[in-house]
Ligand binder design. Structure first.
Ligand code: ZN
Length: 184
């Protein structure tokens, strides 16, 4: 099995393609892209023409053992008829987040089930960031329509919306790869 195929299976994100991978001083950086060719508006999810290309950026993903994982992609901005110029939707993260949807879910789950110090140590992020993530996750679960639709448009589900409503779900088994203080 090719390494890119293996990583795609490990990431387990529908509509995501892995193009390459490299080890860097930050950890394992996986180059990905949406499976769809034509970009989708990051606000309403509709297909829209490309406005421009942004530089490559990283999304923090769940660690693999003691190795941090990052997804890298150069997002395009779309010229949406309804929303204007908006960064495109990506299938592994919610709009505006620096973390993958799986990372946010896991973080929110930990915040619900363990103490503050443990969460920050396990994930290697500060408490304020944990709070922001929890706020986003809970907001999405309370009102899934706020993420992935235009105020005046019809609802379009974001591809990462695959979790049930509250309560927060336990992480998938592979998330158990998150380990302790060595991640800091
Ligand atoms: Zn739009």
């Amino acid at each position: 099995m090719r390494i890119t195929t293996l990583l795609k299976k490990l990431l387990n994100v529908i509509q995501l393609l892995v193009t390459s991978v490299e080890f860097t001083d930050k950890g394992l950086v996986i180059d990905v892209r949406p499976r769809w060719r034509k970009p989708r508006c990051g606000k309403c999810g509709r297909r829209a023409p490309i406005y421009d290309h942004r530089p490559p950026r990283l999304w923090r993903h769940l660690s693999q053992g003691s190795t941090r994982q990052w997804l890298r992609y150069a997002p395009r901005r779309t010229q949406c008829k309804t929303c204007g110029v908006i960064c495109e939707q990506v299938p592994w993260a919610h709009p505006g987040s620096m973390f993958t949807a799986d990372f946010e879910e896991y973080c929110a789950y930990l915040a619900q089930t363990t103490d503050k110090t443990s969460v920050t140590r396990l994930l290697g992020i500060d408490w304020r960031t944990v709070g922001a993530i929890v706020h986003r996750v809970v907001s999405r679960k309370l009102d899934p329509q706020t993420d992935g639709r235009c105020p005046t448009g019809s609802p379009v589900a974001h591809p990462t919306d695959r979790s049930p409503p509250l309560p927060l779900r336990a992480p998938r088994p592979r998330s158990a790869g998150e380990t302790g203080p060595s991640l800091q």
